[in-house]
Design a protein around this ligand. Structure first.
Ligand code: HEC
Length: 152
């Protein structure tokens, strides 16, 4: 009886693991996930831009905090772009992403590199360098959006 119970429990566990592994990601869910990450990026970019423009006084600690949040999204972004998720109902991701997958990944890598550099620079508490590096980062946003995000 005990053996049977163990087998039943083991099968239930293995079935649930199997189900998660095999369940395809719904295009709408993927679009929501990547848009959420993009909005986190946008939210944290706002104070950085304001500081760079002089609309807000430069605050090294705040600059470092928002930079770190942006960099933290980068290892999750790729998950938000599974194949076929251009079929989502509400998305501006172009099908070109999946037709040029290597290039898209390279653009994501550029973003990752520049975001991590921004974190490093911001820790050094150097206002001029922080602002310069912010420009390098925002260029990676533009490079990708120009090619792979449909116009609003
Ligand atoms: C490698 C490509 C890539 C990079 C790099 C990138 N984005 Fe995006 N971004 C996209 C795509 C594609 C979409 C459209 C997603 C969708 O609608 O499903 C998007 C959408 C957005 C949106 C709109 C989200 C919404 O709710 O519709 C914002 C805001 C945004 N990006 C900000 C940024 C900022 C700021 C950066 C740089 C710091 C950045 N992105 C870098 C590809 C990129």
């Amino acid at each position: 009886m005990l053996k049977l119970r163990i087998i039943v429990v083991a099968c239930a566990v293995c079935a649930s693991v199997f189900a998660t592994a095999q369940e395809p990601v719904k295009p709408d869910d993927a679009a929501q996930y990547r848009q959420s990450l993009m909005n986190i990026i946008g939210w944290n970019l706002r104070p950085l831009r304001a500081m760079a423009k002089g609309d807000q006084p430069f605050d090294a600690a705040a600059f470092a905090k928002h930079s770190a949040r942006i960099a933290n999204t980068s290892d999750q972004l790729l998950e938000g772009f599974p194949k076929g998720s251009d079929a989502a109902r509400d998305t501006r991701a172009k099908a070109d992403i999946w037709a040029n997958w290597d290039d898209f990944q390279a653009k994501l890598k550029d973003f990752d590199t520049q975001a991590k550099l921004l974190v490093d620079v911001s820790k050094a508490n150097d206002e001029t360098k922080s602002k310069e590096q912010l420009k390098n980062l925002t260029q990676t946003c533009k490079a990708c959006h120009n090619k792979y995000e449909a116009k609003r």
